[in-house]
Design a protein around this ligand. Structure first.
Ligand code: ZN
Length: 136
């Protein structure tokens, strides 16, 4: 084998190693579990903003998530699994507010965004009483 062909094969092998390493790295970043971790973190951030808002508005929660922007949140976060802002807010009386609290909110990642993590329904969710709810 002449030297030029040998050098060429070495370069091709090196490119192959880099390509495989890049693919593995992308795959790790896109694990469904990491989407879920980010989503739960977004819910906690929105929950913290809800509490800050209620402190400023005589213990009342906003009726719409847009009321949190930009003072309490720079922007509404996107759920990475949904690829969009998927968070839905429920306040006041309703099916989620089972005990009938006067001031209550329930936040959910709306849609079947985390079914690849084994989570069905509009979860994870977060409420002002229980905190983070991963499953029903
Ligand atoms: Zn989500």
């Amino acid at each position: 084998m002449n030297k030029t062909v040998k050098n060429l094969l070495q370069v091709v092998a090196a490119i192959g190693v880099i390509a495989v390493a890049t693919l593995v790295n992308c795959h790790l970043k896109m694990r469904p579990g990491s989407h879920l971790t980010f989503c739960k973190s977004h819910l906690k951030d929105i929950g913290t903003a809800m509490e800050a808002y209620s402190t400023d508005f005589s213990e009342k929660y906003p009726s719409n998530l847009d009321q949190l922007v930009p003072k309490y949140l720079k922007a509404l976060p996107e759920c990475e699994a949904a690829g969009k802002v998927s968070y839905k807010l429920y306040t006041g009386q309703g099916p989620a507010n089972n005990p009938g609290y006067e001031d209550y909110y329930y936040l959910e990642c709306h849609g079947q965004n985390h079914s690849d993590s084994g989570i069905r329904g509009h979860y994870p969710a977060y409420d002002g009483i229980s905190g983070l709810l991963e499953r029903p």
